[in-house]
Design a protein around this ligand. Structure first.
Ligand SMILES: [Zn+2]
Length: 557
C-alpha cells in the first residue's frame, strides 16, 4: 500500500475549526495520521509549504447524471474543470431531473427533458434497459468514476414512468407505484428525493403528491435522507414556495433542502433576507431545513423553462406543435409577455415562475443548441437573437426551439443580483445553513456555465480574500464538512485520522476562478493538488489514468 506525506501545510479540517500547521500521512485511501510531528517514512512527499490542506470539496448540486455514464477517458474530459477546482464528491439527480426509473413509454419524453444535460455522446440513457437506480449505479461502479458520485432519486422520472408529462394528479395506483420505486432507490442507496417544481412534470404536481413521497423518504431513511426541492418559484411566488417547502418538513418530519437558494429578477432580490428568516424560524421550531447556493448571478437550465405549464402539457413535442400553430403561438407569446405568476400555481392555467417576465429578454441567453448550423446563436441574448433573425425575441427563440427539436439550453442572468450588486449573494453566503454548490457542468457542447470550472475557487477569492465576509475555515466548512453532514457521510468532508483521503491543496493567496461567461472552459487558479481516495487526480497524473479512483457513494456509506 502506498504511503505518502503531505508536509508543512496549513490544515483547515472542514469542521470550521481554525487553521493549524501540520503534516498529514495518507496510506491507501485513508488519512492515517495528522498534526504536528505526524511525519513518518513515506514513499512520496508532497511539499505543502505555504499551502492550505483541506478536505476535497463536496458539490451537492451537479447534473452530471449522464456524464458519469460515459467511458472514463471521455468522463475525464468533461469532469476536468470539476477536478481542477477541487471537487472530490458530487451529488446528481437534482431538480427532479434524471435518468431513472425509465420505461419504454417514458423514455422518449424523458430524453427530451434531459436533452440539455445530455453530452452528445451519451446515447444509451435514459433507457428501459438500464431502467432503475440499481442498474445505473451498478454501471457506474463497473465503468469507473474520477471523483465520488452519489445520487438523489429525481421526482420527474418517477412520475413519468406511468403518467408521462400529463397534468392530472396520479391515481392511487400510480402514486403507490411511485412510492414503491422511490422506496427501492432509497433502499439501494439514494440519498433522498428531489423535486423540480418549475419543470415538467413537477410543474403539474400538487402538494399532496410531494407529501406522500416525502413520507417515504422519512420512513426509509429517518434523519439520514432528505427531500431537496427546486421550489415552485424564485420571483413573485418565492415566499409561498419557501413556505410550501417548510410545510413539507413540518407535516412529514422529513428533512428538507432548498436547492440553489436564489431570488430571480431585480424586483425580487430584496426577498432573500425574508427567505433566510423564514428558514431560520423553521429551524428554531424543530424543522430540519438547509440549502445550497451557487456564487453567480446567472444560472444554466433548459430553454423549455421559459414556457407556461399549459403549453408544456403532454411534453416537449406537444410544446413544439403548439408553437407551430399560429393562434396557439400567439397565446403562448402573450402569456410569456404578460402573465404574472400567482399562488397557487398548480391550477390548470397557473404558472409558478415566468422567467422572462422576472428578468426580461435581455437577461436570457442561448447556452447551447444541437445543430452546427445554429451554433452562431450560442451566447446571444434573446433580444440579440431576435435582431439576428429579424423577429421578435419570442418568435426567434420559438423558431429556434422548433428547428432544434427543443434541444436548446439557456443561461439566465439577474439571479440574486448582478455584476455590480451581489449583496444577495453576501447574505446567502453568510448564513450558516448554506452549502456552496455549482449547479453547472460541462456537457461537451455550447458554452457551459463558468461555475463548472470555478464556483468553489470563486468563493475563496471573492468572499474570503477580497470581501473578507467569510473566514477561510467557514468557507471551507460550507464546501466540505457541512455538505458531508447533510449527506450523513461518515468519513468524508473532514480531515482527521481515519477519514478518506479526499484532499485539496490550494494557495489561499492566489486561488480563484478564471472562467467567464464568454470563455468558461478555463481552469481555476491556485489549486495545486487534488486527491480522491488517496490518489492524485489533479494535476493529471499518469498513475491514475488507467484506473479512475472515484467511488459510487450510497447512503449510509
Ligand atoms: Zn434547479
Amino acid at each position: 500500500m502506498s504511503r505518502f506525506l503531505i508536509r508543512g501545510g496549513t490544515i483547515v479540517d472542514g469542521t470550521g475549526a481554525p487553521p493549524v500547521a501540520g503534516d498529514l500521512v495518507v496510506e491507501g485511501d485513508r488519512v492515517v495520521a495528522m498534526g504536528e510531528g505526524a511525519a513518518a517514512t513515506a514513499d512520496r512527499v508532497i511539499d505543502a509549504n505555504g499551502l492550505i490542506v483541506a478536505p476535497g470539496f463536496i458539490d451537492l448540486h451537479s447534473h452530471a447524471d449522464l456524464i458519469v455514464t460515459l467511458p472514463p477517458e471521455r468522463q475525464r474530459v468533461l469532469q476536468e474543470g470539476r477536478l481542477a477546482q477541487g471537487i472530490t464528491t458530487e451529488i446528481v439527480g437534482n431538480c427532479g431531473l434524471g435518468v431513472f426509473p425509465a420505461s419504454a413509454e417514458s423514455m422518449i419524453e424523458l430524453r427530451a427533458i434531459v436533452a440539455w444535460m445530455t453530452p452528445p455522446d451519451a446515447t444509451e440513457w435514459p433507457s428501459p434497459a438500464w431502467g432503475d437506480f440499481a442498474s445505473w449505479s451498478a454501471h457506474l461502479e463497473s465503468n469507473g468514476l474520477w471523483n465520488n458520485v452519489g445520487a438523489m432519486q429525481p421526482h420527474g422520472p418517477l412520475r413519468m414512468v406511468s403518467a408521462g408529462l400529463s397534468r392530472p394528479a396520479p391515481t392511487p395506483e400510480l402514486l403507490a407505484r411511485m412510492s414503491r420505486d422511490l422506496h427501492a432507490a432509497l433502499e439501494a442507496g439514494a440519498f433522498g428525493l428531489t423535486t423540480g417544481l418549475i419543470y415538467p412534470p413537477g410543474i403539474f404536481t400538487q402538494p399532496e403528491e410531494i407529501e406522500t413521497l416525502a413520507r417515504v423518504v422519512r420512513e426509509v431513511c429517518g434523519d439520514a435522507g432528505f427531500v431537496a426541492s427546486h421550489i415552485r418559484g424564485s420571483s413573485e411566488t418565492l415566499i409561498p414556495a419557501v413556505e410550501e417547502l417548510v410545510g413539507v418538513g413540518k407535516t412529514t418530519r422529513a428533512r428538507v433542502h432548498h436547492s440553489h437558494n436564489e431570488a430571480v429578477g431585480r424586483a425580487h432580490w430584496g426577498k432573500i433576507g425574508k427567505v433566510l428568516a423564514i428558514e431560520e424560524q423553521a429551524r428554531k421550531s424543530g424543522i430540519s431545513i438547509a440549502y445550497d447556493m451557487f456564487p453567480y448571478t446567472a444560472a444554466a437550465t433548459m430553454m423549455v423553462a421559459i414556457y407556461p405549464p399549459w403549453a408544456l402539457e403532454g411534453g416537449v413535442d406537444r410544446l413544439l406543435e403548439r408553437l407551430g400553430d399560429p393562434a396557439m403561438r400567439r397565446s403562448i407569446g402573450e402569456a410569456v409577455e404578460k402573465t404574472t405568476p400567482a399562488w397557487p400555481p398548480w391550477t390548470p392555467d397557473g404558472w409558478p415562475h415566468n422567467l422572462v417576465k422576472a428578468v426580461g429578454w435581455d437577461l436570457v441567453t442561448v447556452g447551447s443548441v444541437g445543430s452546427a448550423a445554429n451554433r452562431r446563436y450560442e451566447g446571444m441574448t434573446l433580444t440579440e437573437l431576435g435582431r439576428a433573425m429579424k423577429k421578435t425575441p419570442f418568435d426567434a427563440i420559438s423558431d429556434l426551439m422548433i428547428e432544434e427539436n427543443g434541444v436548446v439550453s439557456q443561461l439566465i442572468h439577474g439571479i440574486s443580483g448582478d455584476e455590480s450588486h451581489d449583496e444577495g449573494m453576501d447574505a446567502l453566503l453568510s448564513d450558516r445553513a448554506g452549502a456552496v454548490c455549482t449547479d453547472a457542468n460541462d456537457f461537451g457542447k455550447g458554452r457551459p456555465h463558468p461555475a463548472a470550472f470555478g464556483a468553489f475557487p470563486r468563493v475563496l477569492a471573492r468572499w474570503v480574500r477580497e470581501k473578507k465576509l467569510l473566514t477561510l475555515q467557514e468557507a471551507v466548512r460550507k464546501m466540505t464538512g457541512y455538505p458531508a453532514s447533510l449527506l450523513s457521510l461518515r468519513d468524508r468532508g473532514v480531515l482527521r485520522a481515519g477519514a478518506f483521503a479526499d484532499i485539496v491543496l490550494f494557495d489561499a493567496k492566489t486561488v480563484g476562478s478564471t472562467a467567464t461567461y464568454a470563455e468558461p472552459r478555463r481552469q481555476a487558479d491556485g489549486i495545486r493538488c487534488v486527491l480522491v481516495n488517496g490518489r492524485q487526480v489533479w494535476p493529471a497524473n499518469a498513475e491514475v489514468t488507467t484506473s479512475p479512483p472515484g467511488r459510487f457513494l450510497r447512503r449510509g456509506a
